[in-house]
Design a protein around this ligand. Structure first.
Ligand SMILES: [Fe+2]
Ligand SMILES: [Fe+2]
Length: 187
């Protein structure tokens, strides 16, 4: 159990770091001194699509599916249902934001307001979502996920390490990782 809980909490911390990096770069679109680094932004979006969106949130959905029948507390079920809906909303907002950034990178005309609005929507939802999971989903997993389901979920974790923070840094995220470490050191 501890391995699964630790992994989910670490994933949240890592995603928060990537989000902070995007927040910093977004100042460049709203009057900040330094222009936004599109390479960093596109790498960050690629990472978000490649790991949190492709693995972390879907895994949480599968965990929820497997333990839902053991939960009778209506308030908790409502909260877990809300987390599941947020996963769909995040998926949509991520896709929208990634399209926006690709448009900017390809010199297509895109109103800055649209970019800032789309980013704010994503940023606010993600922060609330992770706080909500830490507060409700994780304790529910500790209480309700059965041993057979836990074994299956834990096996899935092993097949899919985080491509940037999971011990082996994928070459495509080296620049982003170095940028993250540097900017955190400077902050
Ligand atoms: Fe999630
Ligand atoms: Fe999560």
């Amino acid at each position: 159990m501890q391995r699964l809980i630790k992994r989910l909490i670490e994933d949240h911390k890592h995603l928060s770091r990537v989000l902070s990096c995007l927040q910093r770069e977004m100042y460049g679109f709203s009057g900040g001194e330094d222009p936004p680094d599109m390479g960093v932004i596109l790498d960050a979006m690629d990472y978000i699509q490649n790991y949190p969106e492709a693995f972390h949130h879907p895994l949480e959905d599968r965990i929820y599916e497997q333990m839902a029948s053991h939960i009778s507390d209506p308030e908790l079920l409502e909260m877990l249902e809300r987390i599941k809906i947020q996963h769909s909303q995040l998926k949509e907002l991520t896709r929208r934001l990634q399209n926006d950034f690709h448009a900017v990178a390809n010199d297509q005309i895109l109103p800055v307001d649209r970019l800032l609005t789309d980013f704010r929507a994503y940023d606010e939802l993600l922060v609330e979502h992770m706080a909500c999971e830490n507060e409700h989903l994780i304790p529910a997993i500790e209480q309700y996920l059965g041993p057979a389901e836990l074994e299956q979920i834990t096996a899935e974790l092993e097949t899919r390490p985080d491509p940037m923070f999971g011990g082996q840094l994928l070459a495509q995220y080296e620049d982003l990782y170095n940028y993250l470490v540097e900017s955190e050191r400077a902050a």
